[in-house]
Design a protein around this ligand. Sequence first.
Ligand code: TXA
Ligand code: MG
Length: 335
Amino acid sequence: MDWDANKITPIGTDLSVAKELLLQGQPVAIPTETVYGLAANALDDDAVLRIFKAKNRPHFNPLIIHLPNWDAMKKYVAEIPTDAEILAEKFSPGPLTFLLKKHPVTANFKFLIPDLVTAGSQKVAVRIPAHPLTRALLSMLDFPLAAPSANPFGYVSPTTAQHVFEGLNGKIPYILDGGPCQIGLESTIVDFDNQQVIIRRQGGVSVEEIETALGKKVLVQTGVEEHPVAPGQLKSHYATSTPLYLGRSKELISQFSSKKIAVIAFGKNMEGIQADFHFQLSETGDLDEAAKQLFSTMRAADAAGADLILAERLPQIGLGQAINDRLQRAAQEMK
Ligand code: TXA
Ligand code: MG
């Protein structure tokens, strides 16, 4: 059964409605502390296909599965490295996703993550989200929820129920409203290879925090989102419809003097710049606040009616690295 596309998608806080729809194999938007996810039963291929359909994804990227706690998670993975245990102790529930070996096909089918979810990989991405409403929902279910960010393919990730509505109204049967996301950036993805810990995507937990928790250096090898099944299709991710340029704002302002320009500032980094629209990630230059505001600010700048959006890179420390990564991927390539 597919959702009737002529209906308006309701936004609400009713966990039993969400549960009922998920049991029927329907996708439901759920709040997390990072971004809103578009969730469906991870063990049901048809349910997972409805996620791809609603998001209009051109190909099947692997999806993160969400579980209520670390114990529930253990049922779905074949082994857990010590470093993963240490990180889970410190950051789960929270914005950290673990790439762990999944069970072989010979395992009990109840705990087998389908190839559609992992895109054929031997590893599955698992996360325990921290949002209370979604944790309550997950503990009412006896299956994990596969959930990518709840935005149409390629667009800015949603950090409010209203953002989800703007992108997916009529395409999904329910949006569970948990208020604005507390972190505002997707989870950090960590991988484990023998004794080596590898960051595959920067996100809500910074590299420094991970290194401190482990007491050792980690490798940063991001790119899981740039190397999809069909190469070259993902040049821009997290993109605004209005072209966004990253860096050299002063120079670009004079080059595009006849255009309507929106700037996304961080603290005082756009001081003295004459633009038609000014947006601010954090007046005081606070990186956590900037992370939380990033996607709503990108959406607001996109809606302002400007011809282009200018932003500068933030300091490459803490969440600044993950923010720069998202801005870079939203941005036009500059020669
Ligand atoms: O914060 C988050 O992680 C949000 C919320 C909803 O939990 N989810 C999210 O999902 O950002 P999505 O689908 O937008 O990004 C998931 C990333 C993709 O880049 C994908 O390539 C990677 O995780 N990924 C998932 N499973 C993987 C696997 N088995 N192997 C390698 N990469 C994987
Ligand atoms: Mg996404």
